[in-house]
Design a protein around this ligand. Structure first.
Ligand code: PRE
Length: 366
C-alpha cells in the first residue's frame, strides 16, 4: 500500500468516528431536552444549571480518560458539550468584569463553556447588583491572586449582598506585552513611552518591567482589556494583557509570559441566587466576626479543628461598623450539609458575633 493509500485509510476511519460522535452528541443533546421537560413539569425551572452534576461528570471523565489526550483536555471538550446541552435547555447569561477580553471573561467561559451569553460590567459592584436584580443568572468575580493577594472589593461586597457562592474557577494568568500591530518583526521598540495595564497586572510584572522598560511610564487603568484598547490607539504605548485582549484589539505580542511568578494564578468566584448542592468534593466559604477580646479568634476556629475540617484560606477585613471590628473570610473543605461542617457551624453560632455561610460549592475541576 502506498503512503497516500494508508493516509486515506486512516482518514476514512476518522470520518466514520466523527459520524458516530455526531450521532452520540446529538443523542446526548436530546437527553438534555428530556431533562428540561422533566424539570418544567416538576416546576423546577430555576434549576436548569446544576453545578454539582457538572462537576461530577467532569471528574468522572477525567478519572476514566484512557488517553492519549490529556485529562484536562478531554474535560474541556466535555465542558463544551455540556455547555451546548444546557443552552438547549435554557441559555444562561453570565455577568463578568469587562470590557470584553478580560481574564474574568476567560474565567467565565472556562467555567460555563462557550455557549453561555457573557455580559461585561464596569465594576465588581455592578456585577453583584445585576445578578441581585436578576438581569444575569450568575456573575464571575476575581477574589484572589497568587502573587498579589486578595481582591478586597469582592470580599467587601459579600458583607452586604444576599448572593451566594455557587462555584470557583482558577485560571493560570499569563501576561504579554503588546502594542499596535506593525506587521514588523517583534522585539521591544526603543521609543515606548507608556505601558497601560490593570494595577494588579503591573504589580505582577514589576520585575520584568523594571528590567526591560525602566523608563516607560506605568499607567494603571480599569482592566487589561481597557489597557489593550488604549494601546491600540497610540503607537508610543504598549499594554500588559492576556492573549484574548491582543486578538480583540489586533495588537502584536512583543514579549510573551512576562509575569514575575511562573505559577501566577487567579481564583474567581461564581455568584448567584443560591449555592450548590453537594458534589462529593466541595468547599464552603464563611463570613465570621467575633468580639475584639483575647482568644476570640482562637474560639472561632476551634470548632473546625474539633471536627477535623481543614481550612484553605483566612482573610480579615475591617467590618466598617466599628473602628476595631474585623470580619474574617474563611474557606473550609466540605459542604455545609456534611455532618462535620454543620456540626462546626452550630458551635460557631455561639462563638461568633456574625456567622454567614456565603455558600457551599464544588471544588474547581478544570
Ligand atoms: O442533569 C441535568 O440536570 C442537566 O440539565 C443535563 C446537563 C448535561 O448536559 O449533562 C446540562 C446542564 C446541567 O448544568 C447539568 C447537566
Amino acid at each position: 500500500m502506498t503512503e497516500q493509500q494508508r493516509l486515506q485509510q486512516v482518514r476514512d476511519r476518522i470520518d466514520a468516528i466523527d459520524g458516530e460522535l455526531l450521532r452520540l452528541i446529538s443523542e446526548r443533546a436530546t437527553c438534555a431536552q428530556d431533562v428540561a421537560r422533566i424539570k418544567e413539569q416538576a416546576g423546577d425551572v430555576a434549576h436548569y444549571y446544576r453545578p454539582e452534576r457538572e462537576a461530577d461528570i467532569l471528574r468522572r471523565i477525567k478519572a476514566r480518560n484512557p488517553g492519549p489526550l490529556d485529562g484536562e483536555e478531554v474535560a474541556r471538550l466535555f465542558r463544551e458539550i455540556m455547555s451546548a446541552c444546557l443552552a438547549l435547555e435554557r441559555p444562561l447569561s453570565v455577568g463578568y468584569l469587562g470590557p470584553e477580553g478580560t481574564f474574568t471573561q476567560a474565567a467565565a467561559l472556562k467555567h460555563f463553556g462557550h455557549s453561555v451569553r457573557t455580559q461585561p460590567f464596569g465594576t465588581i459592584g455592578d456585577i453583584f447588583r445585576e445578578v441581585e436584580a436578576g438581569s444575569c443568572n450568575f456573575g464571575v468575580v476575581p477574589v484572589e491572586n497568587s502573587t498579589e493577594g486578595v481582591v478586597n472589593h469582592t470580599l467587601d461586597m459579600f458583607m452586604r449582598s444576599p448572593l451566594r457562592i455557587a462555584g470557583e474557577v482558577t485560571l493560570r494568568i499569563h501576561h504579554h506585552l503588546m502594542s499596535r500591530a506593525s506587521g514588523a518583526s517583534t522585539g521591544i521598540p526603543a521609543g515606548l513611552q507608556r505601558v497601560y495595564s490593570h494595577q494588579q497586572s503591573l504589580a505582577q510584572c514589576r520585575g520584568w518591567l523594571d528590567r526591560h522598560l525602566p523608563h516607560a511610564e506605568r499607567v494603571p487603568v480599569g482592566s487589561n482589556a481597557e489597557a489593550a484598547r488604549l494601546a491600540a490607539g497610540d503607537s508610543d504605548s504598549a499594554a500588559v494583557a492576556g492573549e484574548a485582549a491582543a486578538a480583540l484589539y489586533d495588537l502584536d505580542i512583543l514579549a510573551h509570559r512576562i509575569e514575575d511568578e511562573p505559577g501566577n494564578t487567579t481564583r474567581f468566584l461564581v455568584i448567584g441566587p443560591e449555592d450548590a448542592p453537594p458534589s462529593g468534593r466541595d468547599k464552603t466559604s464563611l463570613l465570621l466576626s467575633c468580639r475584639n477580646e483575647a482568644g476570640s479568634l482562637y474560639r472561632l476556629l476551634t470548632p473546625f479543628a474539633d471536627q477535623g475540617i481543614s481550612m484553605t484560606r483566612i482573610e480579615s477585613r475591617p467590618s466598617r461598623q466599628g473602628v476595631w471590628d474585623y470580619v474574617f473570610f474563611i474557606d473550609i473543605n466540605g459542604h455545609r450539609a456534611d455532618p462535620s461542617v454543620s456540626g462546626a457551624l452550630q458551635k460557631l453560632e455561639n462563638a461568633a458575633n456574625l456567622c454567614k455561610v456565603l455558600g457551599s460549592y464544588p471544588e474547581a475541576v478544570l
